[in-house]
Design a protein around this ligand. Structure first.
Ligand SMILES: [Zn+2]
Length: 281
C-alpha cells in the first residue's frame, strides 16, 4: 500500500499567501520610513544654525569678559532670564484661572469705570459694631432653639458663640459682616480655651463635627455675596440651624441614618436636604 502523498491544503496555501503579503507591506513601509528619514536629514543639514539664540542685548558682551570670576555671570543671567519667562507664563495662566473663581470675597475693581463706582460700594469688613449686633439679634429671634452670643475678644470684630439645641456648639468669627472662619464642636466640648478666651481654632475631637466644620466653611463661602452681606449671614445661619436634627435625620438618597458610621453631615444649600458625605449629589 503506497503512502499518501502530502499535498498542501487550501488553508496552508492561504496562510503562506497572507505571510508573503504581510512581508511585502512591511518592506514597503520600512522603505517609506527610510526615505522620509533621508529627507529629514537633508533638511536638517540645510537649516541655518542660529547665531545667538538667546540675545540679551548688550549683556551678551559679558560672555566675552576674559576674567575668570566674571565668566559664569552670563550663563547665570541666561538661567535667570529663562526662569523669569517661566514665572511670567505661569502667572498669566494663574491670573486667568483665578479670574474665573467666583468665590472671591473682595471687590477688586480694576477697570476705570469700576473704580468710579467704588465709592458707592459698601465695604462689608468695615461696618459699625451696632450694625453687626442688629443682624445677629434678628437671627437670634428667627430660631427658638439656636442662641447666638456676641463677644469681641479681639477689638472691633465680632466672635459669635452658637449653641444649637443640645446637638452642637459653633464659633463663628466675623470680620465686619463677612464670616471669616467657622468651627463646629460637640455640645459637650468646651467653647473656651484654658485661658478662658473663646477658642477659635481647636477642631472638635469627633469626626462628625470635624466633617460638619468642613461643610460649614464650604457653606460660608457658598453663601458669601459681598453685596448682600446680611442676607448671606442670615442664609448661613439658616443652613447651620438645619443641623439641629443631625442625629435624627435620614439621608435623602439612601434613606439610612448611618453610612460608614456617620450621620448625614451634608445639607443642600438651597433645600437643606440631609445627605451622607458619600451620598451627596
Ligand atoms: Zn446616604
Amino acid at each position: 500500500m503506497a503512502a499518501p502523498v502530502e499535498t498542501p491544503s487550501v488553508e496552508v496555501l492561504q496562510v503562506t499567501l497572507n505571510k508573503s503579503s504581510l512581508g511585502e507591506s512591511c518592506i514597503k513601509t520600512l522603505a517609506d520610513i527610510k526615505n522620509q528619514l533621508r529627507d529629514l536629514e537633508t533638511q536638517v543639514v540645510a537649516l541655518n544654525t542660529p547665531t545667538n539664540p538667546m540675545s540679551l542685548g548688550n549683556t551678551g558682551l559679558l560672555s566675552l569678559d576674559p576674567s575668570p570670576d566674571k565668566l559664569p555671570l552670563y550663563y547665570q543671567l541666561l538661567d535667570c532670564y529663562t526662569w523669569t519667562e517661566k514665572v511670567h507664563t505661569y502667572s498669566t495662566m494663574m491670573h486667568s484661572l483665578l479670574g474665573s473663581n467666583n468665590l472671591k470675597r473682595t471687590h477688586i475693581a480694576l477697570s476705570l469705570s469700576a473704580k468710579r463706582r467704588q465709592f458707592k460700594v459698601q465695604y462689608n469688613h468695615n461696618v459699625s459694631q451696632q450694625q453687626v449686633d442688629t443682624v445677629i439679634q434678628s437671627i437670634n429671634l428667627m430660631f427658638q432653639d439656636m442662641t447666638l452670643n456676641v463677644s469681641r475678644p479681639f477689638g472691633n470684630n465680632a466672635v459669635i458663640q452658637v449653641t444649637l439645641g443640645r446637638v452642637l456648639r459653633a464659633v463663628v468669627t466675623f470680620k465686619g459682616l463677612l464670616i471669616e472662619w467657622v468651627v463646629v464642636r460637640a455640645y459637650n466640648e468646651p467653647l473656651l480655651d484654658e485661658d478662658g478666651k473663646v477658642d477659635l481654632y481647636t477642631p472638635s475631637q469627633y469626626k462628625v463635627f470635624q466633617k460638619v466644620t468642613d461643610n460649614a466653611n464650604a457653606a460660608m463661602l457658598n453663601f458669601c455675596s459681598p453685596g448682600f452681606s446680611d442676607l448671606s449671614v442670615r442664609s448661613f445661619f439658616t443652613w447651620l440651624h438645619s443641623f439641629a436634627s443631625l442625629f435624627t435625620d435620614v439621608c435623602k438618597r439612601c434613606g439610612n441614618h448611618l453610612h460608614n458610621h456617620m450621620p448625614p453631615t451634608w445639607r443642600e444649600f438651597r433645600t437643606l436636604d440631609p445627605f451622607h458625605e458619600e451620598c451627596k449629589p
